[in-house]
Design a protein around this ligand. Structure first.
Ligand code: ACO
Length: 312
């Protein structure tokens, strides 16, 4: 049963009014947003690592410049999202502590390795493509700071997706047979993990119902996954790549593709910390934090000195 405050709050949501940081909100709403926004921020930051692996080995100067810009955009998204989370009364130090201690989740997808150059294109096309599918509706999320952050992030993600697809067009349609093979090897490894990005099936999604009632989530996990498959299959056909799913088949009646069963055991292992690169990813973030200690201390010392000078 909702109390009077909760009823008024739900009415505001139902009327499409955005919730702002100083507005009253149920504790559960605040907690859910902190969880989702911080997981999202961590994903952007950890998500820099697999692609950064290829910056020094990009095949041309142009590709290198594009990749550098893209990886920097991801850092910007992370910082933007940490700011949005901070408006809910949590500190960035707390959020980073949760990431570094392994307590906080980040997207499963970034625990897979980037083994060849086509993986950079594949991440842009499939991973950023899936991210956009999930984030475009989040522009309409009920929490003002998060919804506004999504607007800019989606614009940049669209550029990322296009650059990935463009790299794959070059390899698959204009490149050598070896380049096309490399792309096929890459989609074989990334297809299923990309589908897992949308989260557990609706039947197993713990938070969906409440989050949708609060308009924190606009669509269910399975809805978005289906839309992603339907959008992506024709793009794979244009590239001449085979999607590694023998059960993938157009279903005239539903006007969408049927697809095979996702290996949920793999998904849950990855989000428990046992994916192929979980340990490596976390270690890289912890090292970056530790290596930056001297700089954070320097900033604090500088701030204290200025304050002392002002007080004198
Ligand atoms: N990777 C890691 N964890 C996941 C994933 C995933 N792909 N999908 C679901 N989970 C986790 C949830 O965080 C939740 O764990 P928790 O209770 O410990 O927080 C649990 O699995 C159960 O899932 P749901 O109940 O379905 O969780 P939720 O309602 O939060 O939905 C979703 C998950 C769809 C990812 C949602 O949080 C969301 O839309 N987040 C914003 C977008 C985002 O974070 N994108 C990051 C990847 S894109 C990028 O950075 C390029």
């Amino acid at each position: 049963e909702m109390n009077a405050d909760e009823r008024t709050f739900q009415q505001r949501l139902d009327d499409g009014i955005k919730i702002e940081p100083k507005d009253w909100m149920p504790e559960g709403y605040r907690k859910t947003l902190i969880r989702q926004i911080s997981q999202h921020a961590h994903s952007e930051i950890v998500g820099q690592l697999p692609e950064a692996n290829w910056i020094t080995r990009a095949p041309t100067l142009e590709r290198k410049a594009i990749l550098l810009a893209k990886v920097q955009d991801e850092a910007g998204h992370g910082l933007y999202l940490y700011c949005a989370a901070e408006t809910l009364g949590v500190s960035r130090d707390e959020l980073l502590e949760q990431l570094h201690s392994g307590k906080a989740k980040y997207s499963s997808i970034f625990n897979y390795p980037t083994l060849n150059w086509a993986d950079v294109g594949m991440i842009g096309w499939l991973v950023d493509g899936a991210a956009i599918m999930n984030q475009v509706p989040l522009q309409r999320c009920s929490y003002g700071p998060y919804s506004r952050a999504m607007i800019r992030i989606c614009k940049e993600e669209s550029f990322h997706q296009r650059q990935g697809y463009d790299a794959l067009v070059k390899m698959c349609r204009e490149g050598t047979p070896e380049q096309k093979e490399m792309a096929q090897d890459s989609i074989n490894r990334w297809w299923w993990p990309a589908l897992m990005m949308f989260g557990p099936s609706d039947a197993d999604s713990v938070h969906s119902a409440q989050s949708m009632a609060w308009k924190i989530k606009i669509n269910s996990n399975d809805e978005l996954r289906q839309k992603f498959v339907d959008q992506t299959v024709p793009q794979a056909e244009y590239l001449g790549l085979t999607i590694p799913d023998p059960d993938l088949k157009w279903n005239e009646e539903k006007g969408g593709y049927d697809f095979g069963a996702i290996d949920w055991a793999e998904f849950y292992e990855v989000i428990k910390g046992n994916g192929p690169c979980n340990r490596e990813r976390l270690a890289a973030r912890v090292k970056a934090w530790d290596d930056g200690a001297w700089y954070r201390e320097g900033l604090l010392a500088h701030a204290r000195k200025k304050q002392a000078a002002r007080a004198a």
